[in-house]
Write a protein that binds this ligand. Structure first.
Ligand SMILES: Nc1ncnc2c1ncn2[C@@H]1O[C@H](COP(=O)(O)OP(=O)(O)OP(=O)(O)O)[C@@H](O)[C@H]1O
Ligand SMILES: [Mg+2]
Length: 263
C-alpha cells in the first residue's frame, strides 16, 4: 500500500508545488515508485515544473469522466522512470470533481506505488477537501512569515477532521543570512507555534525559480541537498535538517552576508 501524502499550506504561493515536485524526484532517486497527483484542478503547475507539459495526452478530468483509465493518463518522467504524474486539467470546471473521485483514483493505483503525493491548491475550500480526503499523511508548507504560519495553523486544525495519521512541517524559502542577523523568524519559534514535527527546511534558492521557468529539477544546488534530506526524513524518520546558515558563518560568511546586504 502506498503512503498518501498531501502537500498543503492554506496560503498560496508558499511552495507546495515546488515541494511536491522535488519530493517526487528525490523519493524516486531513492528508488521508490512515486505518483504525483496534481489536484490543483484548472491551475495545473506540476507538469510545467517537471517539464512534462508536452507529454500529456489525458488528464485527471478525463479519468473522472471515464474517458480513459488511470494508467493511460499517468505520465512517466523521462529522467526518473519510477516517477509518474497524473496531470490536472486546464479547462474543466473543478466543482464536478470531488474528494471521492480522487480517492477512487488513489485506490486504483495504491498497490502500484510506494508514495502518492497530492499537490493541494491554496485555500481551505472544495479544492482543499478534494486533495486532503484521500490522504493519510500531510506535509504543511510554510514560509518564515507570520501570514503563512497563521494560515497553516488553521489548516492543521482542519486536518483533524480528516483521517490524517501524521503531519509534518516544511519551512520553505529560509534565508540563512537573515536567520543569523535575527531579521527572520527562527526555526525553533516557527516549529513551536505550529506544534507539529519539523521534516525539512528549504533555503531560498535561485535555482528553484529557474526550475519553474525551464521545467527542469536542479540536482546540484543548495535546495537539492535540502530536498534530499526531506525525502530521507519522510522515508526513514531520520531527523536531518538542512542548515541554511552554513555558508554565512565564519569570516567569509560574514563578508558574504554584508555583500548581500549591499546588493
Ligand atoms: N525555496 C525557494 N527558493 C526560491 N523560489 C522558490 C522557492 N520555493 C518556491 N519558490 C518560487 O515561489 C513561487 C511559488 O511556488 P509554488 O508554485 O511552488 O507555490 P504554491 O504554494 O504551489 O502556489 P499555489 O498556492 O499558487 O499553488 C514559484 O515561482 C517558485 O519557483
Ligand atoms: Mg501550487
Amino acid at each position: 500500500m502506498a503512503r498518501k501524502i498531501v502537500i498543503t499550506s492554506g496560503k498560496g504561493g508558499v511552495g507546495k508545488t515546488t515541494v511536491c515536485a522535488n519530493l517526487g524526484v528525490y523519493l524516486s532517486r531513492l528508488g521508490f515508485r512515486v505518483a504525483m497527483l496534481d489536484v490543483d484542478i484548472g491551475l495545473n503547475n506540476l507538469d510545467v515544473i517537471l517539464g512534462m507539459e508536452r507529454q500529456i495526452v489525458f488528464d485527471i478530468t478525463d479519468v473522472v469522466m471515464g474517458k480513459c483509465r488511470v494508467r493511460q493518463a499517468l505520465v512517466q518522467d523521462v529522467n526518473y522512470p519510477s516517477l509518474y504524474l497524473l496531470p490536472s486539467s486546464h479547462t474543466y470546471s473543478s466543482s464536478k470533481i470531488t474528494g471521492e473521485h480522487i480517492k477512487n483514483i488513489t485506490d486504483i493505483i495504491d498497490h502500484s506505488f510506494d508514495y502518492i503525493l497530492l499537490d493541494c491548491p491554496a485555500g481551505v475550500e472544495a479544492g482543499f477537501h478534494r486533495a486532503v480526503f484521500p490522504a493519510n499523511e500531510a506535509l504543511i508548507v510554510v514560509t518564515p512569515h507570520l501570514s503563512s504560519i497563521r494560515d497553516a495553523d488553521k489548516v492543521v486544525g482542519l486536518l483533524n477532521e480528516y483521517k490524517i495519521e501524521s503531519k509534518g512541517l516544511v519551512i520553505n524559502r529560509m534565508r540563512g543570512d537573515l536567520l543569523l542577523s535575527g531579521e527572520m523568524m527562527n526555526i525553533e519559534s516557527i516549529v513551536k507555534s505550529m506544534g507539529i514535527p519539523l521534516l525539512g527546511v528549504v533555503p531560498e534558492d535561485d535555482s528553484v525559480g529557474k526550475m519553474s521557468c525551464d521545467g527542469r529539477i536542479m540536482t546540484d544546488c543548495e535546495s537539492a541537498r535540502a530536498f534530499t534530506l526531506l525525502a530521507e526524513n519522510i522515508h526513514n524518520g531520520s531527523k536531518k535538517i538542512f542548515d541554511c546558515t552554513y555558508k554565512y558563518r565564519g569570516l567569509m560568511g560574514y563578508l558574504k552576508r554584508n555583500i548581500k546586504k549591499l546588493v
